[in-house]
Unconditional design. Structure first.
Length: 133
């Protein structure tokens, strides 16, 4: 069940990252527009427009900072897939059946390596005895 959730999370995180990236671009554009609006409405007659522009700039700046945090914190979908693979690998390695098989495989490898080392020693001894003759 956890693996299915991680795969779902991988797809969702990719979409969220994509949408938040576009949202950041839109917020930067909006901040530029309202900054120009605030500078233009700097007259004494248009005091309300200037205050409104400043409030909107504050709200957009906060939204931009939060969006950037979300974009940074949410992992890429490939990272979530790697995490899912690592999780499944550790779960498989913890399985008693797999542990038993891995220990048997290690024994077989050790025996085979010992046999190869013995053969290599015999060949080197045979060469050294031939060179002495």
């Amino acid at each position: 069940m956890l693996l299915a959730f991680l795969i779902y999370l991988a797809e969702v995180s990719g979409s969220i990252k994509h949408v938040s990236g576009w949202f950041i671009v839109l917020l930067i554009f909006s901040i530029c527009v309202f900054a120009i609006y605030t500078m233009v409405s700097d007259d004494e007659d248009n005091r309300k427009g200037m205050e409104f522009g400043k409030r909107v700039l504050k709200c957009l700046s906060i939204a931009l900072i939060l969006s950037m945090i979300v974009n940074i914190v949410i992992p890429k979908s490939s990272t979530v897939y790697l995490m899912a693979g690592a999780y499944m690998g550790t779960e498989v390695a913890k399985s008693p059946d797999i542990s038993e098989k891995l220990s048997k495989i290690n024994k077989i490898i050790d025996y085979k390596l010992n046999d190869l080392l013995d053969e290599l020693k015999e060949k080197s001894e045979a060469k050294s005895s031939k060179s002495e003759d």
